[in-house]
Design a protein around this ligand. Structure first.
Ligand SMILES: CC(C)CCC[C@@H](C)[C@H]1CC[C@H]2[C@@H]3[C@@H](O)C=C4C[C@@H](O)CC[C@]4(C)[C@H]3CC[C@]12C
Length: 407
C-alpha cells in the first residue's frame, strides 16, 4: 500500500469528526460492502447498476474487433478494448468527484437501461441492459449489444471484501463474455481484484491487484499483471499485458502502461511500437437514457430520484427517510414472495448451473472453482429480451431520450 503526504488533510474539515469512527467501524468489517455505513461526504448518488456502462464508453473501440479479419489481431483488439475500459471502471469517480465514493446498493430487480447513439452510422447503436439479479449477496448482471457489428458483451459481478492493514480488499466474483457473431468467437474475461488506497487520509481511490485473463475460443490468451505505486518505486495504476497463443511461450504482443493514463502496444519479438493509446485525451461517448418520467419504475434513476437529490444537496434526513422507504418496500416484497412460495422474476437474465461457453473457456484457467461458489452463473436471456422488445413495440412505448449528465 502506498502513502504520500499530498493526501494529508483530504477529509473535508466539516467531516473530520465522522471519519475516525468510520475507520474504527471498518476495522471490524464483516465483508459485506453494502452494510458499510460510510460518512455522508463519501456517499455517491450513483447506483452500482450504472457501473455496467463503463464497459462501453468508447463504442468505436468496443466494436473494432468485429471489423478485423485476422484472428490474432482480433484477439489484440479485444485486449486493447478491455484495457481502455479500466480508467472508466476504476478511476472515473475519483477524477470527477475528487475521491472514490460508496455507491448506492441496488435493490433486487433494479434496472439501468440506455444506449450509445451513433450519428455517423459507422458504429451503429450500442445498447446497455443492467439488472440487479441478487440483493443478498449483491450481484449485478449486464448485457451490451451492438447489432450492426454483431458484438455482445454479457457478464455479472459481485464483490467479496475484507479489511486488513488499513485497506479494504475486494475480490470480484463473476466474469464477462465478449462474443463476435460473424466469427462465432467468444472471449472469457476474468475480473481483477482490487483494494482501496488512501482510506486513512479520507481520500480513497482504487488500485488493481495481481492479474486478470482473457481467453479466446480461437486459442489466444492474454494476461494482464497489475501493480501500483509502492513506498519507493512504481507508478500508480501500472499494468503489463502479454498476448500469447495457448500453450506457447512466444509473446505475440505486449502492452505496457498505466490504465488511468495511457499505454503502448508493441510486437512481441521485435518490440516494435505498433500503437499508443492516451486514456486522458480519448473522449467518452455519453450514454443516452430515457427521461425519468418515461422510465420504468424499476429503473435506477427513477427509483432512487429522491435519494439522489437529497445526497446531492447534503440533506441527510431526507436521504435516510427515502432510503428506508425503498428498503421497507423491498422487505415487504420479499415477505410476500416467501408467503406465496415464489421468487422475484428477473427481467433479462437467468441463472444457469452450466454455461457451455464459460465451461469450455474456463477449463484452461483457475476460475472454474471460484465460480462454483457463486451459486450458478447469470446469463443474458435472449428469449426474455425478445419478449420485452415485443411488448414495448406493441405497447407503442416510444421513449424520448436525454443526455446522461450525472457524475
Ligand atoms: C470509498 C470506500 C470507503 C467505500 C467502499 C466503496 C466500494 C463499495 C466501491 C469502491 C470501488 C468500487 C468498485 C469500482 O472501482 C469498480 C467496479 C467495476 C464495475 O464493473 C463493478 C463494480 C466495481 C467492482 C465497484 C464495486 C464497489 C467498489 C468496490
Amino acid at each position: 500500500m502506498s502513502s504520500s503526504k499530498e493526501e494529508d488533510g483530504a477529509v473535508p474539515a466539516a467531516a473530520k469528526g465522522s471519519w475516525a469512527p468510520f475507520l474504527k467501524s471498518i476495522a471490524s468489517f464483516n465483508g459485506d460492502l453494502a452494510s458499510l455505513t460510510a460518512p455522508p461526504f463519501i456517499l455517491s448518488s450513483t447506483s452500482l447498476t450504472e457501473y455496467s456502462g463503463y464497459w462501453a464508453e468508447h463504442p468505436e473501440i468496443f466494436v473494432a474487433p468485429a471489423q478485423e479479419k485476422d484472428p490474432q489481431k482480433r484477439a489484440l483488439l479485444v485486449l486493447k478494448w478491455f484495457l481502455t475500459t479500466l480508467k472508466q471502471q476504476y478511476s472515473s469517480r475519483n477524477e470527477k468527484l475528487g475521491s472514490e465514493k460508496k455507491p448506492l446498493n441496488p435493490f433486487l430487480g433494479e434496472l439501468f437501461l440506455g444506449k450509445w447513439k451513433d450519428p455517423t452510422g459507422k458504429i451503429g447503436e450500442t445498447q446497455l441492459i443492467s439488472e440487479q439479479v441478487s440483493h443478498h449477496p449483491p450481484v449485478t448482471a449486464y448485457a451490451i449489444l451492438n447489432e450492426k457489428h454483431g458484438v455482445k458483451l454479457e457478464g455479472y459481478n459481485g464483490q467479496k471484501a475484507s479489511f486488513s492493514r488499513g485497506t479494504i480488499s475486494v475480490r470480484q466474483v463473476g466474469h464477462a463474455k465478449y462474443h463476435l457473431k460473424e466469427f462465432d468467437e467468444d472471449y472469457l474475461i476474468t475480473l481483477p481484484s482490487l483494494h482501496i488506497e488512501g482510506i486513512v487520509y479520507g481520500a480513497p481511490y482504487v488500485e488493481l491487484n495481481k492479474s486478470s485473463t482473457i481467453i479466446s475460443s480461437t486459442g489466444y490468451v492474454a494476461q494482464i499483471d497489475y501493480s501500483g505505486k509502492g513506498w519507493i518505486t512504481g507508478k500508480k495504476n501500472t499494468f503489463c499485458a502479454t498476448l500469447k497463443k495457448e500453450g506457447s511461450k512466444d509473446i505475440l504482443y505486449t502492452i505496457d502502461g498505466q490504465w488511468s493514463d495511457g499505454f503502448v502496444i508493441k510486437e512481441g519479438k521485435t518490440k516494435k511500437e505498433l500503437e499508443t493509446y492516451n486514456a486522458k485525451t480519448t473522449e467518452i461517448t455519453p450514454l443516452y437514457i430515457a427521461p425519468i418520467e418515461e422510465q420504468d419504475p424499476l429503473e435506477s434513476r427513477r427509483a432512487w430520484a429522491k435519494v439522489q437529490e437529497s445526497i446531492n444537496t447534503g440533506d441527510l434526513e431526507t436521504t435516510g427517510t427515502e432510503k428506508s422507504k425503498i428498503e421497507n418496500e423491498q422487505r415487504e416484497l420479499r415477505k410476500k414472495e416467501k408467503e406465496e412460495g415464489r421468487e422475484w422474476e428477473r427481467r433479462y437474465f437467468t441463472r444457469v448451473m452450466d454455461d457451455p461457453v464459460f465451461t469450455r473457456l474456463a477449463e484452461s484457467c483457475e476460475i472454474v472453482a471460484e465460480e462454483g461458489k457463486t451459486d450458478g452463473i447469470w446469463v443474458f436471456d435472449e428469449k426474455k429480451f425478445a419478449q420485452v422488445v415485443e411488448k414495448a413495440r406493441t405497447g407503442g412505448e416510444a421513449k424520448a431520450e436525454v443526455v446522461n449528465t450525472a457524475a
